[in-house]
Design a protein around this ligand. Structure first.
Ligand SMILES: [Zn+2]
Length: 285
């Protein structure tokens, strides 16, 4: 085979194209130019099999942190660089400052292993399936679309609404949000910001296996049990925290540390005021 992009990176790029078909591709790239070839770069073809094991993806029109999140969970990934940060397998994908001359603020760089089984892997990257933004990451309003709107609709249905979970903030969702806000003494403007999200989350009845501690009602750390722990596990996700058990064990702690690194918080594995706030939960303790 001639010079080619490693198949696993083709899978990644195809998933990104599927998810964001109208994205800007001007800062895309994979094959090194003359300046790359003068030095060591993953954008240069492997001398043995002619594969190029790095890809650059333009950040315009995509959710770059979603790509980072999925890339650091994929077995082929060696390192990811985005916006002056690097996540490297050799450092267990802990976020670190990237001090290279190119800040990588126009593209996400993903490098993969040269092991044949990994570079040729067809394993999905989960970009197509991943939730774009989590509820509370941004302000939602009538007309908003996305995974976080689905999350809002699912929460609403848990509180007795009968909304179609389609990820579109349409008239029915708008009406329900207004009535919810009125009932909770919030401004009934159908704008879903931090306060409405917190009220929605507090309104979720606890799962039977968990006690009713509401998210944001105390500091949560190893050894705690309760609905607030289940909330953290659900929020950070099964891929990072393991199954939702309502018990804060080592897996939950690892997930919390990962989340804190991703959000640029102090990394202590403890969900205190700053971490709750980063999750969009108002602290009430
Ligand atoms: Zn690159």
């Amino acid at each position: 085979m001639g010079v080619h992009l490693a198949p696993t990176l083709r899978v990644l790029r195809d998933e990104i194209d599927t998810r964001w078909p109208r994205r800007d591709r001007r800062s895309d790239g994979w094959l090194g130019d003359a300046s790359h070839q003068a030095r060591h770069s993953d954008h240069n073809p492997d001398p043995d099999d002619r594969s190029v094991n790095a890809v650059d993806v333009d950040v315009d029109g995509i959710d770059p942190l979603l790509v980072v999140r999925q890339a650091v969970a994929h077995p082929a990934t060696q390192y990811v660089i985005y916006n002056r940060m690097i996540w490297s397998r050799t450092r267990d994908f802990r976020a670190a400052r990237y001090t290279g001359s190119n800040p990588h603020d126009k593209h996400v760089h993903v490098s993969v292993s040269h092991q044949r089984a990994l570079e040729d892997s067809r394993r999905p990257w989960g970009v197509a399936a991943a939730t774009a933004a989590r509820l509370g990451d941004r302000v939602l309003r009538p007309g908003s679309r996305g995974g976080d709107v689905r999350e809002l609709q699912t929460l609403a249905n848990g509180l007795g609404a009968r909304l179609t979970v389609d990820g579109v903030f349409g008239p029915a969702t708008t009406a329900w949000v207004r009535s919810f806000q009125s009932a909770r003494d919030l401004t009934p403007d159908a704008v879903v910001g931090t306060r409405t999200v917190a009220a929605l989350r507090r309104g979720v009845p606890p799962a039977p296996a968990h006690s009713g501690r509401a998210a944001g009602s105390r500091t949560v750390r190893v050894g705690r049990v309760g609905g607030d722990v289940a909330f953290v596990q659900r929020f950070i996700g099964v891929g990072r925290c393991g199954p939702v058990t309502g018990r804060f064990g080592p897996a939950t702690e690892a997930g919390v540390r990962w989340y804190q690194e991703m959000r640029g918080l102090a990394v202590d594995g403890v969900v205190g005021a700053a971490t709750w706030a980063a999750m969009g939960v108002r602290v009430t303790y």
